[in-house]
Design a protein. Structure first.
Length: 291
DNA sequence: GATCCGTGGCG
DNA sequence: TCGCCAAGGAT
């Protein structure tokens, strides 16, 4: 059973969270910054950083004028700091190639660094009101349950997932964009992964999962990713030292964060390769552009 | 398609 | 306590 767009949009219009990047005065740039920050990162942690960024860098060219090190510091502990570098690169491209205007066309957005299938369509829909299937983890879960009657979404398949949603998109552009935002909102606040609040769900009566008695997820087990002791962990520790220090540091300062010298050095090398760290001529290490 | 890439809160 | 989870993208 497809999702009743009228029910869902009405619920969204009356109950949606008041998030700053949803306000009418928010620019397309503000929407783009929010979408990048929200990748794999909860709203509560993004909000304060988003405000700082929009206040400090209100247009793409302003961010482009900042150094990579400044950008990484301002990114703080949002996680996945390569996103910050890519957003900086995207801002530079927008400033130089698009007249400082965030593109509204999906294919043009896809050509920018750090912008993939989800983010390109999210910006087109939420910043410009375009009709595009916006599919994130929330949408995949809501569709899996409400439409397919499954406990959760299986492994992602961009093509199939977008086709699923495209079929349900209202014809009207503005309503299509609100429908997408509503699907995401429902997954984020009501049809949650762990303990869904089905009693509060606006489409409860139509939900295939509810009708089937809410069967548990039966698909393939999701790969659980470790963190403690991984390279990701060590890279985070190394970067945290550089964020917390005004200028370049000697390697001895970095060596104290992790006992395994082999892993430490491998991670430092990978940070250099990724452009998250630079080495000065005298052999010290710093965030890029800070020496 | 499988892996890698940060960080912190919560049940 | 600790595994799961959070508006993904690049390779």
């Amino acid at each position: 059973m497809p999702i009743d767009s009228d029910l869902l949009i009405d619920w969204f219009d009356s109950c949606a969270r008041d998030l700053p990047w949803r306000r009418p005065e928010c620019t397309a740039w503000g929407v783009l910054v929010s979408e990048i920050m929200l990748q794999q990162t909860p709203v509560a942690r993004v909000e304060p950083i988003w405000h700082e960024w929009l206040s400090r860098w209100p247009v793409p060219s302003a961010l482009a004028a900042a150094s990579q090190g400044e950008v990484l510091r301002a990114w703080g502990k949002l996680g996945y700091p390569r996103r910050a570098l890519r957003l900086h690169a995207a801002a530079t491209a927008i400033a130089t190639e698009h007249d400082d205007v965030v593109p509204s066309d999906v294919d043009t957005l896809l050509a920018l660094p750090g912008i993939g299938a989800y983010t390109a369509r999210a910006v087109a829909a939420f910043a410009y009101g375009k009709r595009a299937p916006v599919v994130d983890t929330n949408v995949r879960r809501v569709v899996a349950r409400a439409v397919h009657g499954a406990g959760d979404a299986g492994p992602p398949s961009t093509t199939r997932d977008m086709a699923d949603v495209a079929m349900m998109l209202p014809d009207d552009e503005s309503r299509a964009a609100r429908f997408s935002a509503a699907l995401m909102e429902l997954g984020a606040v009501t049809c949650t992964a762990r303990s869904p609040r089905c009693a509060d769900c606006p489409i409860y009566d139509d939900c295939a999962w509810q009708k089937a008695g809410r069967p548990a997820y039966t698909g393939p087990a999701k790969a659980t990713q470790k963190y403690a002791g991984t390279d990701r962990h060590v890279r985070g520790l190394l970067l945290d030292v550089l964020r917390g220090t005004p200028g370049p540091v000697w390697k001895s300062k970095l060596d104290v964060v992790w006992s395994d010298a082999g892993q430490r050095d491998r991670c430092l090398d990978s940070l250099l390769v990724d452009g998250l760290v630079e080495q000065t001529r005298d052999g010290r290490f710093s965030l890029p552009g800070e020496h």
